[in-house]
Design a binder for this molecule. Structure first.
Ligand code: GDP
Length: 353
């Protein structure tokens, strides 16, 4: 066998060396400057840093996040949800390009709870938003692929601040899959949009009433061809149904619109709707107070995440857990008592330190 390296391996080694050198010279200040200058690679690299579990990466990520926070907040954050197949990706492709035609910079983020199980993002498996993805004024980042939904949601929220520091005016956050991530997305966005189809019953669409009540706007997609009449009828029905919901604290009455994402129709109407929402809620103060409440909500979520990690990563707690699990299986202890014993054990250990 020849001792010569194959040319591909040599190329890989060279790339790895360049990457290592780059990583070694990396600082939060340098990354921040690159992000602010609009460098998409720096933005992607910073998000990877945020998602990294390495302690030194985390330290730099925190430092960077703090810098970004000081210049963040200027975008409008829009959550987009709806069952698979309703046309979310197609809508974002069309809506994103429309916004860019208005001179805006658009970032697209996603939360995919299924990635927790599969260890990877389904976004990566699908060719999505192909035109938007290559547009210099758009930035598309698939969901983080590691961690619990809470952890992934936290990272996505932090990505929002990074994207805002990078000058993105509109941040679209999509939920992928059904039923789990809506609340998380709702808690990090200013405007929550529910995409629906005409003619399919609510049950069929897997939409819980609670999710409809969270929506600031309902968009009936696929209003094209033979579907136009049905879509207009559904629009009237939903608009009537909305009046039966409890009034929003912010005084905003949710609106219903129709779109055809494949035919690029209705994008202006949806944007006008979001703009009037932003104007109205900024005037009555609820836009900012909502963001303040979200900060508080995420602080509590962070506390939960930190405590959970602290408990479960503690080596002696892990041993105790094994013992308690055995007792639980033998029905020698109740779940509640086991939990109490574990937490007491953890707390006693803490006070000893
Ligand atoms: P997602 O799973 O919600 O992201 O949905 P996709 O964007 O992948 O769309 C699912 C299917 O619906 C695709 O075949 C799209 O081409 C189609 N679709 C999306 N939007 C529209 C629309 O406005 N009209 C019609 N007729 N089809 C659409």
């Amino acid at each position: 066998m020849s001792k010569l390296k194959n040319p591909d391996q040599a190329k890989i080694d060279k790339l790895v060396a360049v990457h290592k050198k780059h990583a070694a010279n990396r600082t939060a200040s340098k990354l921040f400057a690159s992000i602010q200058s609009g460098n998409k690679n720096a933005l992607a690299e910073s998000i990877t840093l945020l998602e990294s579990t390495r302690e030194q990466d985390q330290k730099m990520a925190r430092e960077l996040l703090l810098k970004c926070l000081s210049v963040s907040g200027k975008s409008i954050r829009i959550g987009i949800t709806g069952v698979p197949g309703v046309g979310k990706s197609t809508f974002i492709e069309s809506f994103g390009q429309y916004l860019i035609s208005l001179g805006k910079k658009v970032a697209v983020l996603a939360i995919d709870p299924s990635s927790e199980k599969t260890g990877g993002s389904i976004l990566g498996d699908k060719t999505r938003m192909t035109n938007l993805a290559i547009n210099p004024h758009a930035f598309i980042r698939p969901t983080a692929s590691r961690g619990s939904l809470g952890g992934v949601a936290q990272r996505t929220r932090e990505c929002v601040f990074l994207c805002e520091a990078a000058g993105y005016d509109v941040i679209l956050i999509e939920t992928v899959g059904v039923g789990q991530s809506e609340t998380a997305v709702h808690s990090m966005t200013d405007f929550f949009m529910l995409l629906m189809l005409a003619g399919a019953g609510d049950e069929l669409q897997g939409i819980k009433r609670g999710i409809m009540e969270m929506a600031d706007g309902i968009v009936i997609n696929k209003a094209d061809g033979d579907n136009i009449k049905k879509a207009n009828l559904a629009k009237a029905q939903f608009q009537n149904a909305i009046h039966l919901f409890p009034a929003n604290e912010n005084g905003w009455i949710p609106k219903v619109e129709t779109t055809s994402a494949v035919e690029n129709k209705g994008m202006d109407v949806v944007w006008n709707l979001i703009e009037s929402f932003a104007n109205q809620t900024k005037i009555n103060g609820s836009f900012d107070s909502n963001r303040d409440e979200q900060q508080l909500y995420w602080m509590h979520e962070s506390v939960k995440e930190l405590i959970l990690n602290s408990v479960y990563q503690n080596k002696s707690v892990q041993k105790k857990l094994v013992a308690l699990t055995k007792k639980l299986r033998m029905k020698e202890i109740s779940s509640q008592d086991a939990a109490l014993e574990l937490v007491t054990y953890y707390e006693n250990g803490k006070t000893k330190i």
